[in-house]
Design a protein. Structure first.
Length: 532
């Protein structure tokens, strides 16, 4: 696949068909590699970048369908179809465990091929971006490999830089074909709102994802994140210089796919150190026989001590827990906040992981936690959720949250809330968010979902009433329900989770309505009692 990458980059100088054939061949090879590799825990950020590509296809496709164009319909559609290959390209590169050194070496090889091609062909003006891409990325790759002490790879990248730079002066610039700009306008001044939105989507999401890892603790991941920023910057330059045609777009696809794959491979490879502090895990339970064993096994990867506090289970939760936990006790039920505080007070570790029985620490998150706790760079960490419902892992909507679960024990306590308790961290301490996911099996089925939603809504009503909150009209409950749906489904991108994402947004909206409707009934009762 790396050979096809080099050929595709250099082939853009000869004919766009070579670039397109390389993309197709890499996608086919990627599908085969992914099938051989088996299951894969797809990073949430990678799904976001994928959305940038297929979202661009939809927006530009609609824009070109409603706008007159001299090119044929097939000519307009073909480049957009190729952009949909981002996913097999990226997942295939992930399956072969593409690392930064191999990525930059492939770019260097493309530089040598580009020099050979530029000596024998007359390239279209837009293809002049190829040596610019290679020279820029190759320079960054050479510097990165030099700092890592990989001198042979660094020298190879230097050769690629020189070859790519030399190619620029050898490329002639005949008139471009009309098809290059048939489906994407030649300048921002000629585009409509849809085209501008499409380009913003394609550029902004990869940039935001790359920026979030540009300061990573892992040097190789930092290098690849910066390479993604460089690639996006060159695409923006092409847009602003009226060169954002088919070749520029496909070059962006051909580079961004392996760059994103390499980024997450390097992030995963970088977490390998052993924790240097003692960790206690605390779990409160009631009738969690179906969950407790899997939860405890996952937690053992990061905990030296496991404490389970049960509030009178009628199934065999306690017996199952005693086989895997260090401390198991049975108590009454005073509410979530107080119960978790009781468990915290029994912990003896320097750090505490507070987790629920329906949650799991994934192997990738376990490696990251142990690596971070080898030399903690914060006093508390948030662990991003990955809610799993009806066989679907949700990455967005309310699942996109990252609750605070891992913290230095000294001075920390839980609030005494009946539900939605908070971990109270002493002022001045730092909190960071980890990258790995904490799987959350929140509902057994839809009936369980409705049951939990109603339970938490009523507890939320009582908690708000206890804190002096009041609701004067049901219109406010209706407004909060609608607002919750918009926030979960649109603002937090719940629509990217498919039909289950819609169902979750509707369920949360109903729960929000019920909570404030319940508060209204309590307020009304209090008002009537006051009159009597």
């Amino acid at each position: 696949m790396l050979g096809l990458l080099a050929i595709g980059l250099a082939g853009a100088l000869i004919h766009p068909a070579i670039l397109e054939l390389a993309i197709i061949a890499m996608a086919v090879a990627g599908l085969a590699a992914r099938r051989r590799a088996g299951d894969w825990d797809i990073p949430r950020e990678l799904r976001l970048v994928h959305f940038a590509f297929w979202g661009f296809v939809i927006i530009i496709g609609v824009a070109t369908a409603i706008a007159p164009s001299p090119a044929s319909a097939a000519g307009r559609a073909w480049p957009l179809v190729l952009l949909l290959l981002f996913w097999p390209l990226t997942t295939g590169m992930s399956a072969i465990r593409l690392v930064a050194a191999d990525l930059f070496t492939a770019v260097a090889a493309a530089g040598l091929l580009t020099l050979a091609a530029s000596l024998t062909i007359t390239a279209p003006r837009e293809a002049a971006q190829v040596p610019t891409l290679i020279a820029t990325l190759g320079s960054w790759g050479a510097w990165t490999l030099f700092r890592q002490g990989r001198m042979k790879r660094a020298l190879a990248c230097v050769a690629g830089v020189l070859a790519g730079a030399a190619s620029i002066g050898l490329i002639l610039s005949p008139a471009e074909t009309a098809m290059d700009h048939a489906w994407t306008a030649a300048s921002l001044g000629e585009t409509g709102v849809l085209q501008i939105l499409g380009w913003l989507l394609l550029v902004s999401i990869p940039v935001s994802v790359s920026l979030s890892f540009a300061a990573s603790r892992h040097s190789a991941a930092r290098a690849v994140a910066v390479a993604a920023l460089i690639t996006s910057a060159l695409l923006v330059t092409a847009i602003l210089s009226n060169q954002a045609g088919t070749t520029a777009l496909l070059l962006n696809l051909l580079l961004m796919a392996p760059i994103m794959a390499s980024l997450f491979v390097e992030l995963d490879r970088g977490d390998h150190r052993a924790r240097a502090v003692r960790v206690s895990a605390t779990i409160i339970t009631r009738n969690e026989a179906d969950n407790i064993e899997d939860c405890l096994r996952s937690v053992r990867a990061v905990a030296d001590e496991i404490i389970v506090l049960d509030s009178g289970s009628t199934d065999d939760t306690v017996e199952r827990a005693r086989a895997l936990a260090d401390i198991v006790e049975i108590t009454d039920w005073p509410g979530f906040g107080i119960q978790k505080q009781r468990a915290l007070e029994k912990a003896t570790g320097d750090w505490v992981l507070s987790i629920d029985a329906d949650e799991r620490i994934t192997p990738a998150l376990a490696r990251e936690i142990n690596d971070r706790l080898s030399a903690p760079d914060a006093d508390a960490y948030k662990l991003p959720w990955a809610v799993t419902l009806y066989g679907t892992r949700l990455d967005f909507g309310r699942s996109g949250r990252a609750p605070l679960r891992l913290f230095r024990r000294e001075g920390v306590r839980f609030s005494d809330a009946l539900v939605h308790e908070r971990i109270l961290i002493p002022e001045g301490r730092t909190t960071k968010t980890l990258r790995g996911r904490m799987t959350h099996f929140t509902h057994r089925d839809f009936g369980h979902a409705l049951e939990k939603s109603a339970k938490y809504a009523w507890l939320g009503s009582r908690e708000k009433f206890r804190r002096g909150k009041r609701a004067r009209t049901l219109a406010y409950a209706t407004f909060r329900g609608i607002l919750t749906f918009i926030q979960v489904y649109l603002v937090r991108l719940g629509f990217l989770d498919g039909p289950v994402g819609y169902l979750v947004a509707a369920t949360y909206a109903q729960g929000s309505f019920n909570k404030y409707a319940g508060l209204w009934t309590l307020s009304k009762l209090r008002k009537n009692d006051g009159k009597s």
